[in-house]
Design a protein around this ligand. Structure first.
Ligand code: SF4
Ligand code: SF4
Length: 419
């Protein structure tokens, strides 16, 4: 990575602490990612993105800001990127996936809270994440209780706009969500000074759909036996989708898929058990479960998570006659995401069963971040439905620390032998 100290210093970062973070990441990445055998050539771009995660991309954001552009941080797949992009702003996903930030998060939050929330708050409080430091505004949402209250804490450090996400999916809730999106449009217009026109919004609806299509193409390839790409690499691509330049990302994912198409011709069965992983999101650099599972005789072929199918499934209907219709289409697409924050949430169970069949998975691992109540309560319903279909499932609750890795590995090993 080049020398970005001046840039980081201008972002008011805690440089000393940030050095500690920068020192650990390459070691973990090399152990988890670069040690994999026979990776596609197309992964070199994504290796490069990781190596420059606090460098080149931050420089790009800085250049954008110097030209008067704004940077907006988001935390949830319900926040419509289309709106941010249509105002000429750049959106970055900020969910924290590192144990590094937990300690600082716990200075202002209770310890018995989901690690994802503690990590993203810790990243801001400690001033060690250049993405947070680059943001002109953060966008929160009323999803789970922990996040809902965390916005009030973050608001002491930086402006936060909170979108009120309904918790049910009736017509009146969709109407409410449409109103929220309209309000969001006004707030973004105010911040950027740019009017979001029908033409502009339609353009970014198409752009975001193209990004979804590229990811869908990648996931379709994983349906092959064996998959032409590891679960670890696919997860990394999904994580990078949240902050990379969308045009470039689409191009690189499609180039990779072209290569994978070729690969399919010479792939031989590998005898590995095919796993569907479902549950809470895995924000970068949370690669814990994938690295444990894929160190065994198993491959992860699909993630029913927000860093997986929930991010790209369902496209926004591009045909619309006017702004109101286009916003309605956006609202309807986002309300199709099946998060455990909703009640009831039967759509998620249907999705899991559908994916098990489509991806020919041998078993399901239900991944739950500690203290995430919505997903842990929902497990019972998922387990019952999978049992009915004779699909093996196991529940794993964990955080970002490595302390329980040995224990998880033993449990997963037994599960894989059993299925
Ligand atoms: S799990 Fe729910 S709250 Fe979390 S990012 Fe996904 S949709 Fe948003
Ligand atoms: S993982 Fe669960 S507790 Fe954590 S932010 Fe997402 S919904 Fe909330």
């Amino acid at each position: 990575m080049g020398d970005y100290r001046k840039l980081w210093s201008n972002l008011n970062m805690n440089l000393e602490k940030h050095d500690v973070l920068c020192a650990v990441l390459p070691e973990i990445y090399s152990k988890v990612y670069l040690s994999q055998n026979d990776r596609p050539e197309g992964m070199n771009y994504f290796n490069f993105v990781v190596s420059e995660v606090h460098g080149l991309r931050i420089e790009e954001l800085d250049n954008h800001k110097k030209q008067g552009g704004k940077v907006i941080g988001t935390f949830c797949v319900y926040v419509p990127d289309e709106v941010i992009l249509a105002a000429g702003a750049i959106g970055v996903g900020l969910c924290g996936g590192s144990q590094f930030w937990i300690e600082d998060g716990e200075k202002v939050l209770p310890r018995n809270l989901c690690p994802l929330i503690k990590a993203f708050v810790g990243a801001k409080v400690s001033a060690t994440c250049p993405y947070f430091q680059s943001c002109d505004m953060l966008v929160g949402e009323t999803t789970c209780d922990g996040k809902k209250k965390a916005w009030e804490i973050l608001n002491d450090y930086t402006p936060v706009h909170v979108m009120e996400l309904p918790q049910m999916k009736r017509e009146k809730n969709i109407e409410d969500w449409k109103m929220e999106i309209k309000e969001f449009i006004s707030r973004i217009e105010e911040l950027t000074g740019n009017k979001i026109t029908f033409e502009k919004l339609k353009e970014t609806v198409i752009l975001c759909n193209d990004k979804r299509k590229a990811l869908k193409r990648l996931y379709e390839l994983r349906k092959n036996i064996p998959s032409p790409i590891s679960g670890l690499d696919s997860l990394l691509i999904s994580q990078i989708a949240f902050y990379d330049d969308p045009q470039r990302f689409i191009q690189k994912v499609n180039e990779l898929c072209d290569e994978l198409d070729e690969r399919l011709k010479s792939l031989q069965p590998n005898g590995k058990k095919r796993i569907l992983i479902t549950g809470t999101p895995m924000a970068i650099p949370n690669w814990k479960m994938h690295s444990i599972i894929e160190s065994l005789n198993a491959e992860i072929v699909v993630e029913e998570t927000c860093t997986g199918t929930r991010y790209f499934e369902n496209f926004v209907e591009e045909n619309a006659n006017d702004m109101d219709e286009l916003i309605e289409n956006i609202a309807r697409r986002y309300m199709k995401v099946n998060c455990a924050c909703f009640t009831p949430n039967a759509g998620r169970i249907e999705d899991i069963i559908k994916y098990v069949k489509e991806y020919k998975a041998d078993g399901v691992i239900y991944y739950n971040l500690s203290f995430c109540q919505t997903y842990s309560v929902e497990y019972k319903k998922v387990e019952e439905a999978l049992n009915k279909e004779n699909i093996p499932v196991m529940f794993i609750e964990t955080d970002y620390s490595e302390e329980d890795s040995g224990q998880i590995k033993t449990r997963v090993e037994a599960f894989i032998e059993m299925i």
